[in-house]
Design a protein around this ligand. Sequence first.
Ligand SMILES: Nc1ncnc2c1ncn2[C@@H]1O[C@H](COP(=O)(O)OP(=O)(O)O)[C@@H](O)[C@H]1O
Ligand SMILES: [Mg+2]
Length: 249
Amino acid sequence: MSKRILEIRELKREFVMGVETVRALKGISFTVEAGEFVTIMGSSGSGKTTLLNILGCLDKPSIGDYLLDGVDIKKLSRDELAQLRNHKIGFVFQAYNLLPRTTALENVELPLLYNKEISSEERKKRAINALEAVKLADRHDHTPSQLSGGQQQRVAIARALVNEPVMILADEATGNLDSRTSYEIMALMQELNRTQGKTIVFVTHEPDIASFSSRTILLRDGIIQKDTPNENIRSAREVLDNLPVTDDY
Ligand SMILES: Nc1ncnc2c1ncn2[C@@H]1O[C@H](COP(=O)(O)OP(=O)(O)O)[C@@H](O)[C@H]1O
Ligand SMILES: [Mg+2]
């Protein structure tokens, strides 16, 4: 039995800029079932980030409905919305957004600080587990500047996982990474999707990256141009295994 994790109906988002109004989203509708791995594609300016920010409850639509796990987010107070976001959603950004001069472990513990029911021991235990899930168990005490870009992104993914969200939202999460490292991140996403059943919505403008997901929604000028299942999902692990060996890393 599948479960609807999100549903948006006729979503619009406009930004008023002085006398001008930018219509970033012009009426978008779709649903995502639990366990799906969806990529959102589209050229720069097509509305991907605007859409993802709404899905992640970082922003609200101008008009239209958004149901997250059956809850109409319009009916929630600010506090309730923050709670829901904290429990259901893990966000991963292009620029990692880690705190500098702060260890990997502390960065991953951060989202748990808002939860007063969790003791410091429990917090540490969960952060260690999350770092293990992204295969960085041996890098607890490293600060961001002591880690590679791919490792920093994995710390960011561990931070997104630490609250055990049902859904991971990623905005161009491989945008700053070389192709091998991007495939490593996609292999990790596929593993989280397959073994932990995480629902993933992954924004990218690269078709190569989208080929690892099970469905692609193509945005153009704030509307959905195409929404298609992927018949031929590639395995990022296989792609990695077949990459020619180079000595430049
Ligand atoms: N905060 C904002 N204020 C004004 N315009 C915005 C804002 N955010 C996005 N836009 C505009 O909305 C459109 C879609 O932007 P965005 O969602 O960032 O696209 P993408 O992520 O696909 O590159 C663009 O025209 C952009 O300039
Ligand atoms: Mg963007």
